[in-house]
Design a protein around this ligand. Structure first.
Ligand code: GDP
Ligand code: MG
Length: 439
């Protein structure tokens, strides 16, 4: 998958202090390949990676994160920008606000209409659903069942088999006749299995007749490149205002979101991810970028690290480690630093590959509690030099921290091991950095 391949290509970048044209080339190739596999149009993927390269080259690598993470962040931000940058809300200013729902048969229009009705009802709006699919009696029944489930009235005309435009107009008249009960009307329409002139004419006629405040185009994200062609044709006829991407609960990566946005230049507004009425989300370019990258939440990890990690502190610490001057107090500071960054399990699970492994592990910030208590029960001198801790002192620390001498001994042993290990890492890192500097 994309995540693994990126990681592999990023290995090349490890240990590099600066991102250069050469060390980023392989990563960009992987990114491009992966985008194309995720149904992103070739040209879009190409110009996208060019953009990323421009942004990345020459960037200093922040100490707290490695170059690969920085590229992931750049890729993520660019992806989000490509999908519109920010979420675009639907227009509900008119009274009543009329929302026309279009798309192919099976794309998820009726399901989405119900979901949107519930979503808006929860926001306190008075919603009427209009069953505009006059060709299949089952379609009206489907909408009625959904309406009942979510407590939203459905306007339909069981006898009408000829004129969808008239039906929709009747529905709107009905809503208006109810004096303020309905300030929002959602029109579900008939689709066909493929683009079809009669269907297009009908939906265009409905739009012309009712002049909706918002016309949405619903598309099944599983249909890949076809979704792009369908979007283009609907847009040419309807000039819709926004796109709804459905069935994102499937194993699709969501690359269609990028392609559609770049081809029709209309904002994506909602994503539908399941058959339950609650399974609707406002479209967030940022979240979709996460999904396309499929890299856990590495982006927020990078952001957190950037926010919280004091570079100066890090340098000092590294020196101390290398000179074997790491103390209990430093240990305590580190724990507090980690805690400031959030829950340790959440943090660890942001690292690709680690999240799954930790799923069933019982771990949270309370694992630090005992350690903190013990260190806090030590005097400053003891924290600087744990060697001072003889039997009497250990007993005092144990009592002060509400633990026992065995726990104190465990911590001391652990601290010793950690210090040894960190000394090796820090020493090695220093040597590597010197070598890189000399090269
Ligand atoms: P329409 O023909 O465009 O009105 O499409 P429907 O709303 O009837 O949906 C077609 C099928 O897709 C139905 O079986 C829905 O339950 C299903 N469906 C719709 N949206 C989603 C979704 O987001 N996820 C999943 N898994 N199924 C969906
Ligand atoms: Mg339908």
């Amino acid at each position: 998958n994309l995540s693994d391949r990126l990681e592999r290509s990023f290995k090349i970048l490890k240990g590099q202090g600066r991102i250069t044209e050469i060390n980023i080339a392989e990563s960009l190739k992987e990114i491009r390949r992966a985008l194309i596999e995720a149904d992103v149009n070739y040209k879009v993927a190409k110009s996208f990676t060019d953009e990323v390269k421009q942004k990345a080259i020459g960037q200093e690598v922040i100490k707290a994160v490695n170059p690969s993470q920085m590229i992931v962040k750049i890729v993520h931000d660019e992806l989000a920008a490509l999908m519109g940058g920010t979420a675009t809300p639907i227009n509900l200013k008119e009274n009543p606000a009329v929302i026309l729902v279009s798309g192919l048969q099976g794309s998820g229009k009726t399901t989405f209409s119900g979901k949107l009705a519930l979503h808006l009802k929860k926001k306190g709006r008075g919603v009427l659903l209009i069953g505009g699919d006059i060709y299949r009696p089952a379609a009206i029944d489907q909408l009625k069942v959904l309406g009942e489930q979510i407590g939203v009235e459905v306007y339909s005309e069981p006898d009408n088999k000829t004129d969808a435009v008239a039906l929709v107009q009747n529905g709107i008249r009905y809503a208006k006749s109810k004096g303020g009960t309905f300030n929002t009307i959602i029109i579900d329409t008939a689709g066909r299995l493929a683009i079809d002139e009669q269907m297009m004419r009908e939906i265009a006629a409905i739009k012309e007749a009712v002049r909706p405040s918002e016309t949405l185009f619903v598309v099944d994200s599983m249909t890949g490149q076809d979704a792009v062609n369908t979007a283009r044709e609907f847009n040419e006829r309807l000039d819709f205002d926004g796109v709804v991407l459905t069935k994102l609960d499937g194993d699709t990566r969501g690359g269609a979101a990028i392609s559609i946005h770049s081809v029709v230049d209309k904002p994506l507004k909602f994503v539908s991810m399941g058959e339950k009425m609650e399974a609707l989300d406002v479209f967030h370019p940022e979240r979709m970028a996460d999904r396309i990258l499929g890299m856990g939440d590495i982006v927020s990890l990078v952001e957190k690290a950037q926010e919280q990690f004091d570079e100066e502190e890090a340098r000092k610490l590294q020196k101390k480690l290398a000179r074997d001057q790491f103390t209990m107090q430093d240990f305590l500071n580190q724990i507090q630093q980690i805690k400031k960054m959030g829950n340790i399990k959440d943090l660890a699970s942001m690292i690709p590959g680690v999240g799954k492994a930790l799923k069933d592990v019982d771990m949270d910030n309370s694992v630090f509690k005992q350690t903190e208590a013990i260190i806090q029960s030590m005097t400053p001198a003891e924290r600087e030099n744990p060697g001072l801790l003889n039997g009497v002192r250990k007993a005092r620390v144990a009592k002060g921290s509400g633990t026992d001498v065995a726990a104190v001994n465990r911590l001391l042993k652990q601290f010793d091991q950690t210090r040894k290990m960190m000394k090796m890492v820090a020493g090695g890192g220093g040597a590597m950095a010197r070598m890189a500097g000399a090269a």
